[in-house]
Design a protein around this ligand. Structure first.
Ligand code: DGJ
Length: 732
């Protein structure tokens, strides 16, 4: 099947896999125009040729005496700055002459099967050449001889288009890139709403939705990481779109640093979206013959509402982004000591915790922060990756040997990108952190950020971590990162390259993670940044799971995990049962509720198992064995959001096995109510004619009965606040 058809005469490119279509065309003056993106169409016959008529004050071309063709209004694929299009540009450059004006025109294209790798950047990939086709369209700016390559890949079995942009300097002068969007997309007039995922530490990825009005709307992070505050994601929907029906367009940037999605609803209510590296503070020096490659955006269209959009993202992320050998496997159920001990532990304490954990059926023990240097608080020692012998007199080996005796795996926490002022590393290399010489750098959590734009720093980190991982039998690494980037200046770079620091940091971080994960493919890596401060598709390329939030309260996690699931599948979300009262917000919830909610992610515990009563131990054992039996469905089933905690008093989500033979629904009634509405459980995604047995109600139902009739949840619910239930349906 050909996925991309080209009408060479009319110069129209149609990308379609039978479910989605994306159409672009070369118009007069060799402008690259956008025609359509949405539900698949069989063919295209000029219906969207942009209307030619004069609009007052519009910009025109020499020779267009009727003044009917203008860049001011045309829907474009990648807009230049200063040459007649006043909307948000996709590219901004600064030339030696001081000019910022560019004017990119179509020159050529290339079509091929498969998809190229993006050197040094995380990206979606193909397993077989035939599963995708790529169109590269080339545009040139005559004055500077800069060449843009716009790359579009369409997959046959994923309703996804992957776009990225490359800029090549074929001129004789160097230039500065001030902005180079990964993609730009113009939508024709229609009423739309935007959905994004703002948040904060402990409250990440909260869904917000609002109608678009004229003007500019920015979704961004200038924190050096993808951030707790805005995920590199945006969706555009119709006003009637809900979880199950209506049109939804979703855009996800595969990048872990400063990002921007800029939306502009223009004077005629046409909508432009540009997405990519944040232009603020960014400037890249591009010499003749040099190339700059942007990160990739994956985007999707669904007419099956937000669930359709999310399922498209989940599938591509699980199947063509994540590379880890763990991507389809059971993730070991872990016990992490952070909330049990914080920094105050000794080998004996840890061994006791490990012993109790093993008895419960835990498969992996993770030693968190505090095992190295003189790390008794967060004031010191980041960078000193050698064991604290006062706490662990027998070193890591003592614990690893004990884990092996217990028959469990051993995992270790690192925060490689940081340096404490009070550390041996700082004494030795006082210029290795991001700072402007002679200017006091900004602290955060009493630490500085290592200058990862420097090769020597990255090489040192690789050697240090690699040596520890080679010398010890470590099964899991938690890669933490506990502050944002400030003082973005590198003493190792020339003055005219200081605008490159933030992006070089990310590129070198990717290189470091790539080297380590390639050298240690058997290790399960989990990313973390004070919880979900760097929960993005870029990180997932290297590490298959991310600690979703430092907020481990089950009820807060409803919103966090629900919001996160808009883009990212359950198999990427670290979710743990912690102690009550919860350490972040003081809430008390039952052990069942805490586990029910954590089980719809990568499951674990983050508490002191020695404090559990014997009744609680019995419950925990059952939970662990339940997860072991159902992890394939819980982690890799098709995920449906059924009822939103952002909209009411319930949160309901469901996973369905790929063959529809099994499904698990997690139902949470947030606050109990004296006069509750009589809610029913209605599910999705089952086989209509099949019969499903549910052990909780001891009933067998038809698939269509469960989907359209449902059943009442009362009186089994509403006994107390924060009550949850898990319903398991199995085809008979
Ligand atoms: C932040 C992480 O999110 C926590 O889980 C824990 O590892 C601490 N850092 C340790 O400093």
């Amino acid at each position: 099947m050909s996925l991309i058809t080209i009408n060479d005469e009319k110069r129209i490119f149609h990308l379609s896999n039978g479910k989605i279509s994306y159409i672009l065309a070369v118009e007069e003056q060799n402008l690259l125009a956008h025609l359509y993106f949405g539900k698949a169409v069989s063919g295209y016959h000029d219906g969207m040729a942009y209307p030619r008529f004069e609009r007052s004050f519009s910009t025109n071309f020499l020779g267009d005496e009727k003044r009917i063709y203008s860049r001011d209004t045309l829907l474009q694929e990648y807009s230049s700055l200063g040459s007649g299009d006043f909307r948000i540009p996709a590219i901004e450059i600064l030339t030696e002459s001081g000019s910022r004006i560019s004017d990119f025109r179509y020159v050529d294209y290339q079509l091929f099967s498969g998809k190229k790798a993006l050197e040094g950047l995380p990206h979606t990939w193909v397993e077989k050449e035939e599963e995708a086709e790529t169109l590269e369209v080339y545009l040139v700016d005559e004055a500077t001889q800069l060449k843009l390559c716009l790359s579009y890949t369409i997959y046959q079995h994923f309703d996804i288009i992957a776009r990225s942009t490359r800029l090549e300097n074929h001129g004789v002068q160097p230039i500065f890139i001030d902005k180079l969007a990964s993609m730009s997309l113009d939508f024709p007039y229609a009423k739309r709403e935007m959905i994004h995922l703002p948040g904060s530490w402990g409250n990440e990825r909260q869904i917000e939705r609002k109608p678009l009005r004229r003007g500019i709307h920015i979704i961004d992070s200038k924190r050096g990481t993808s951030s707790h505050q805005e995920n590199p994601f945006i969706a555009l929907v119709s006003s009637h779109t809900d979880e199950h029906q209506g049109e939804a367009y979703g855009f996800c940037l595969i990048y872990s640093g400063n990002h921007e999605a800029a939306l502009e609803l223009d004077q005629y209510e046409q909508l432009r979206l540009t997405m990519g590296i944040h232009p603020s503070g960014f400037q890249w020096f591009l010499k003749p013959c040099d190339i700059f490659q942007t990160p990739e955006v994956i985007f999707t269209y669904s007419d099956q509402g937000l669930n359709g959009m999310s399922q498209n993202f989940h599938r591509i992320i699980e199947e063509r982004l994540i590379r880890s050998s763990y991507k389809k496997k059971m993730r070991p159920i872990l016990m992490n000591n952070w909330e049990a001990t914080y920094f105050a532990f000794h080998e004996e304490t840890i061994k006791e915790i490990m012993g109790s954990a093993a008895q419960l059926g835990i498969q992996l023990f993770v030693l968190d922060d505090g095992w190295f240097g003189k790390r008794d608080s967060d004031q010191t020692s980041l960078g000193d990756w050698f064991v604290n012998k006062e706490k662990l007199p027998n070193g890591l080996k003592g614990l690893i040997d004990y884990a092996q005796e217990l028959g469990i795996k051993f995992g270790l926490w690192f925060e490689p990108e940081m340096i404490s002022r009070q550390s041996d590393l700082f004494e030795k290399h006082p210029d290795w952190y991001l700072h402007v010489p002679k200017v006091e750098a900004t602290l955060s959590r009493s630490q500085y950020v290592l200058d990862l734009s420097r090769e020597d720093v990255v090489n040192y980190l690789f050697e240090t971590l690699h040596a520890i991982l080679c010398d010890h039998s470590i099964d899991y690494v938690k890669w933490d990162m506990n502050r944002y980037l400030t003082d973005l200046y590198s003493v190792a770079l020339a003055p005219h390259q200081q605008g490159e620091v933030a992006h070089r940091y990310v590129l070198n971080l990717y290189r470091l993670m790539d080297q380590l994960t390639t050298a240690h493919p058997e290790i399960l890596f989990e990313a973390c940044s004070g919880g979900g401060g760097r929960f993005d598709a870029g990180m997932l390329y290297y590490m298959p799971q991310i600690w979703t939030s430092d907020n481990s309260d089950a009820i807060a996690r409803l919103n966090i995990q629900y919001g996160t699931s808009l883009v990212y599948p359950p198999s990427t979300m670290g979710a743990h049962v912690s102690a009550i009262p919860n350490h972040q917000n003081g809430r008390k919830t039952s052990l069942q509720t805490r586990a029910d909610i954590a089980m719809t992610g990568v499951f674990g515990y983050e508490l002191d198992p020695r404090q559990l009563t014997s009744d609680e131990q019995a419950i925990v054992k059952k939970q662990i064995s339940y997860y072991k039996n159902h992890y394939t469905l819980l982690l890799y089933g098709t995920f449906y959001r059924l009822e939103s905690p952002f909209e009411g008093n319930t949160c309901v989500w469901q996973v369905v096995s790929k063959d529809k033979s099994e499904s698990i629904v997690t139902y949470t009634n947030i606050l109990s109510h004296a006069a509750p509405p009589l809610r029913r459980l209605l599910v999705k995604g089952l086989e209509e004619q099949a019969r499903y047995y549910n052990s909780e109600t001891n009933q067998t139902y038809y698939g269509d009965e469960l989907m359209y009739v449902g059943f009442y949840l009362y009186p089994i619910f509403n006994r107390f606040d924060f009550e949850s239930r898990v319903f398991h349906f199995k085809r008979v």
